[in-house]
Design a protein around this ligand. Structure first.
Ligand code: NZQ
Ligand code: ZN
Length: 394
């Protein structure tokens, strides 16, 4: 096992009606003026935004609002948010939404708190942020884990590059309000796409080729089983509170570092490959991951068949003999069967993309940062490997 540091400073307020505490929580943070940042109109339609505003007004917290964050959030909206916050003297950012809104807040927070450079430099990783405006989150979709994570992902329309920021504890939200009921209104596709993302945040940390900690493995395997079990329930019972709650908490635990203790950060190749799809084709992040994962797994599993066999045995109860390769492949198939059972794609065609050789070449070129980097941990992948995986997934 590897040495690790575990730090999760986000205060979590979990359960029914917890979003009504938001005004009090903000007051406790000592803020003067808050930006309420939100997405399209799901939070308007459900009445959530009005409840948030009422809670702030009751607590005597001044605010301005900015909606319009789209999935795969854009740099132009970040810049708009920065301008508004500077004009209005905002000193706290409240995200009401999912990963896209939280990430937009994080980027605005970086932009304002580091006026000495352009905010995109933190995504090019040419500069390191020194500060970030404080952030709180009222989560409306269980998926990204951004409510407790140390990173954010933004798409620059100039070149349609989707890039993750430098990882930094500075952007971890001060608090995250997790009310599972707020996720009742999610379309099925978003619910299940979110479940895949949650699984992937654990799997990215799980598939390594060195010795890991038993306790981290057990937590990860139980988390994956819990998500698989409840994701299936939500296909027919979208208003099942317990299932929504299990998924929501799994989402935060999956990406707050817990499942990476002792695994040196993990692999993350699938996320890197997917980000190019999100940037160029605006696909839902979890669905994009589902479309790529099987191809990635088949490309790399021979680096550590025992690990993939352990996954098959402990997550899918597949009997594991001494033929690790066979068990490993059965585990990969079982995960793809699960994706199909919740109507998630298992290849790019099912994701709705019909990609030419030229486009696949471009995806790999971009993902390899113009042939200057490799990705992955269990196996390091160069541009040619990336191209092969995209082709396998086509
Ligand atoms: O915009 P609205 O109208 O709110 O609709 C959203 C959006 O269309 C809808 N939605 C959210 N809550 C809803 C709802 N619809 C009905 N009822 C509700 N309660 O769902 C759609 C997707 O929302 P989005 O915020 O984009 O989803 P998600 O949380 O999956 O976030 C995806 C983004 O997070 C990034 C992804 O790359 C992607 O850009 N990630 C961020 C990470 C991080 N910061 O740590 C890690 C992840 O790996 C991921 O990369
Ligand atoms: Zn993700």
């Amino acid at each position: 096992m590897r040495n690790f540091e575990y730090y999760t400073p986000t205060r979590v307020i979990f359960g029914k009606d917890t979003h009504l505490q938001v005004g009090t929580l903000l007051k406790e943070q000592g803020c003067q003026k808050v930006l309420i940042h939100y997405g399209g109109n799901s939070a308007v339609r459900s009445g959530l935004l009005d409840e948030i505003k009422a809670s702030l007004t009751d607590a005597g917290v001044d605010f301005v609002t900015l909606g319009g964050v789209v999935p795969n959030p854009r740099l132009s909206k970040v810049r708009e948010g920065m301008e508004l916050c500077q004009k209005e003297g905002v000193d706290f950012l409240l995200a009401v939404g999912g990963g896209s809104v939280i990430d937009s807040c994080k980027a605005i927070g970086y932009g304002i708190a580091n006026p000495w450079t352009d905010v995109w430099n933190f995504f090019l990783k040419t500069e390191t942020p020194k500060d970030c405006l404080p952030i709180g989150a009222v989560l409306t979709i269980a998926a990204s884990g951004s409510e407790m994570s140390n990173s954010c992902v933004i798409t620059n329309e100039d070149g349609w590059l989707k890039r993750g920021s430098i990882k930094s504890d500075l952007c971890r939200p001060k608090f995250a309000i997790l009310n599972p009921k707020l996720t009742y209104t999610l379309p099925q596709y978003q619910t299940e796409s979110g479940c895949v993302d949650i699984l992937m945040h654990t799997m990215e940390r799980y598939f390594v080729n060195f010795e890991t900690m038993e306790i981290t493995d057990s937590i990860s395997e139980t988390l994956m089983q819990t998500v698989i079990y409840n994701a299936r329930i939500l296909m027919t019972e979208p208003r099942n509170y317990n299932a929504r709650a299990e998924i929501m908490w799994a989402g935060s635990l999956s990406h707050n570092g817990l499942t990476g203790c002792g695994t040196a950060g993990g692999d993350w190749a699938c996320h890197q490959l997917e980000h190019e799809l999100g940037g160029m084709f605006d696909v839902a992040h979890g669905a994009g991951l589902a479309a790529l994962w099987g191809s990635w797994a088949r490309y790399v599993y021979q680096e550590n068949p025992e690990r993939f066999a352990q996954f098959a045995a402990n997550v899918f109860d597949i009997p594991c003999g001494t033929d690790y390769e066979k068990t490993a492949l059965a585990g990969i198939e079982a995960m793809e069967d699960f994706f199909r059972s919740v109507e998630m794609p298992t290849n790019l065609g099912e994701l709705g993309l019909n990609l030419s050789d030229e486009v696949i070449h471009e995806l790999a070129f971009k993902c390899s940062f113009e042939d200057t980097r490799t990705i992955g941990g269990i196996r390091q992948l160069n541009r040619k490997d990336m191209e092969k995986i995209y082709l396998m997934a086509r």
